[in-house]
Design a binder for this molecule. Sequence first.
Ligand code: DAT
Length: 162
Amino acid sequence: MEIEQLLILVKPDGIKKSLTGNILTKLSESRMVIIGAKIVKVSRDLAEAHYCHLKDKLFFNELLDYIRGKIYGEPWDRVLAFVYQGEDAVSRMRKIAGATNPEEADHVSIRGSYGRITTKGVYENVIHCSSDPSEAAREIKLWFKPEEIVKEIYPVKKIVVE
Ligand code: DAT
């Protein structure tokens, strides 16, 4: 199996609902390692670049307001960004995150447990989780400087989980 990295964001609704602990606990079932972590006040440029594949969608502006926490205001207008690393990380984390539409997500998944659809039709799905390894590489570069990511963490066998 490939060692992969991916980007996880706890979105502003996750922070506002005090779900960070629950989300990280669920993600820890994957046994992946966190190699980058920070809180980010998301600029419009960053939000647009992150969601560039959705720029033609009718919900694009609402989506930008959502990821920037504009609809919640201070102090919820930020996200927690993490880089995880591990074997087969993307597909394993996507499974724990659940489907994009929170109403269709498995209800033991994070999005199925805590997500909802807003009256404006935006999927308020609590976390972002990279969808494939190449998208993950693009996103990690966008959100993290190289020096913000821990390099010497593998081989994974040396990490002892008590
Ligand atoms: P994902 O976040 O699962 O990788 P995506 O990149 O297609 O999915 O979409 C990014 C975000 O945009 C998603 O987390 C929620 C929102 N979104 C996607 N499709 C939507 C839709 N049809 N209606 C409303 N919001 C949507």
